[in-house]
Design a binder for this molecule. Structure first.
Ligand SMILES: Nc1ncnc2c1ncn2[C@@H]1O[C@H](COP(=O)(O)OP(=O)(O)OP(=O)(O)O)[C@@H](O)[C@H]1O
Length: 210
């Protein structure tokens, strides 16, 4: 295994327990800058839990995890600024529009030009729904907004849990292209997915949890 240094994700022989039982063990992978790892496996195999281990919301019971060069800790501002996520509990503000969400998000990252909001809205296919409150968007449109927000903000690492959820066929194509482009821009990407062709399409390493 090659150490990925300061910006990537490194999991070395990690294990996790839930409710006293071992969920997975001996899992190793790296995602350096520009690389993508796809986590696959049946429902309940531990994909979301593993992403929690990478974000610092679930403790590993064995092994070593390093994200951006240190142990994951989502309570630290510096860590959250490096690591962009769309996880199970990712949510939107009901009464803010897509435009307001992106504007707010990008303004909190000074290195990112918030004048790029219209470009990101077009990229997500949300330009005609830009001024609709999130609560009135469809489930797929809300998912598009979460995903575009995650890649539009600055980050070194991108963690996604089932990004395909609620997306139609065209949306899945879009999501696949979005992930591949983010990796090409230099992000280290780890994505849990049931979308069978994703790993192949984004040239990812596949880790099957069984
Ligand atoms: N905090 C918890 N306490 C107890 N059990 C948990 C906890 N979190 C997860 N589990 C259990 O761990 C197992 C793995 O859950 P996890 O959500 O990681 O799987 P998954 O592979 O992401 O599943 P899916 O494909 O359905 O999203 C499940 O049986 C789940 O009920």
């Amino acid at each position: 295994m090659v150490a990925v240094g300061g910006t990537g994700v490194e999991a070395l022989a990690i294990a996790a327990r839930v409710g006293g039982a071992v969920l997975f063990e001996g899992v190793s992978f790296t995602a350096g800058s520009g690389e993508c790892v796809v986590l696959s496996g049946r429902n309940g195999s531990g994909k979301s839990t593993l992403l929690g281990c990478l974000y610092g919301t679930h403790e590993v019971s064995a092994g070593i995890v390093r994200v951006g060069g240190s142990a994951p800790d989502e309570r630290k501002v510096g860590f959250r600024r490096q690591v962009s996520v769309v996880l199970d509990d990712s949510a939107l503000f009901d009464h803010l529009t897509a435009r307001q969400h992106l504007d707010l998000l990008l303004r909190s990252f000074p290195a990112v030009d918030s004048r790029g909001v219209p470009k990101w809205l077009v990229a997500a296919g949300l330009d005609e729904r830009a001024d609709v409150p999130a609560i009135d968007l469809s489930a797929g449109q809300r998912r598009r907004l979460l995903l575009i927000g995650a890649v539009a903000r600055s980050h070194d690492v991108l963690l996604l849990d089932e990004p395909e959820r609620a997306l139609d066929t065209a949306g899945r194509e879009w999501m696949t292209t979005l992930i591949a482009a983010d990796a090409r821009r230099g992000a280290a990407v780890v994505v849990a997915s049931h979308h069978s062709s994703l790993a192949e399409r984004v040239a990812a390493t596949r880790i099957d949890l069984g």
